[in-house]
Design a protein around this ligand. Structure first.
Ligand code: GZL
Length: 303
């Protein structure tokens, strides 16, 4: 089943243009290199930059916000033409965004989000709809479990937009079913090791997942770690417990084909084709853009 999403913002594809070939320098402050999805996203952005005439200055923060703030300040000092930020968490961005604005350097958010009062601090956010991803995962599970399911949840990085929004969307759906309940939830920080540790704890606290119908992981890497932990405990992920997560990275496809995972909501990693045209067109002739340009997500389920 391929469930195309109902976009809550302006669909990125609607804004894709035959981008003006630019000759610009853009600073990109990336979260880090956790998991499988993030490196694929980074590679796509780096590989595609020249196609759009972009000289990309790439800074990997290794998951540390202070490194992101340092990188953005360095981009401002260099006088780049634009700055891209994938913000690791939603808080703590006002000051550095003000500094970029004072330097008249436009900032674009990609992937994640910031929680700022003054939305003029950035031009636009180009990303998937994480809340919808959570809703899609919840709707799939409600259907599969006939509305009755005790769930363990592996959350993403605490304070990050995908963790906040995926949880919110998932709960918005399962809360409509009295017999669906998250009975244990903990952050695995979007890593395979983190997911494995959290699932080991759940296995201990629920007497080997006794009565647990499903595991919802905010990303595939944590789900892959959970699969490892469940198999080591003699459990059968994908059979004894329904396994639903987000990203749809190649390794989860392998797990789905092996019958160890059941569903994953795709988060596109090849998104340079959405991001660069928006920025180069804006630099070519600044216009008011929607504050959020949404990249669609699709549900994929194991056959
Ligand atoms: C969501 C992105 C998340 C991915 C994880 O857009 O920020 O971060 O779902 C990654 O795989 O760690």
């Amino acid at each position: 089943m391929k469930l195309n999403t109902i976009l809550t913002g302006v669909a990125a594809s609607a804004l894709m243009s035959t981008a003006a070939f630019a000759d610009v320098t853009i600073g990109f402050s990336q979260v880090g290199s956790e998991g499988d999805w993030r490196p694929a996203f980074s590679k796509n952005m780096q590989d595609e930059a020249a196609t759009y005439g972009v000289d990309l200055k790439f800074a990997n923060a290794q998951g540390k916000q202070e490194e992101q703030l340092r990188a953005v300040r360095a981009f401002v000092a260099q006088g780049v033409d634009a700055i891209i930020i994938a913000p690791v968490v939603v808080t703590g961005w006002e000051d550095v965004l003000e500094e970029a604005k004072d330097a008249e350097i436009p900032v674009f958010l990609v992937d994640r989000d910031v929680d700022v009062e003054d939305k003029s601090l950035y031009v636009s956010r180009i990303s998937a709809d994480f809340n919808l991803e959570g809703k899609i995962a919840g709707a799939w599970l409600a259907t599969e479990s006939l509305g009755s399911c005790k769930i363990v949840e592996m959350q993403g990085t605490t304070g990050s937009a995908p963790a906040i929004e995926r949880k919110g969307g998932f709960e918005a759906v399962i809360d409509q079913f009295p017999a669906m309940e998250i009975v244990a939830t903990q952050s695995g920080d979007f890593t395979t090791e983190g997911g494995k540790k959290v699932m080991e704890a759940f296995i201990k606290s629920t007497n080997n997942l006794d009565g647990i119908c499903a595991a919802f992981a905010h990303n595939d890497n944590m789900q892959l770690g959970a699969i490892q932990a469940m198999k080591e405990a003699g459990l059968k992920p994908g059979e004894d417990v329904l396994m639903v997560s987000v990203d749809y990275v190649p390794a989860i496809v392998d797990a789905m084909n092996a019958g160890e995972a059941n569903a994953s909501v795709e988060l596109r990693s090849a998104v340079a084709e959405f991001i660069y045209p928006v920025i180069t067109d804006y630099l070519d002739s600044p216009t008011d853009l929607p504050k959020w340009i949404v990249i669609p997500s699709d549900l994929h389920v194991a056959n």
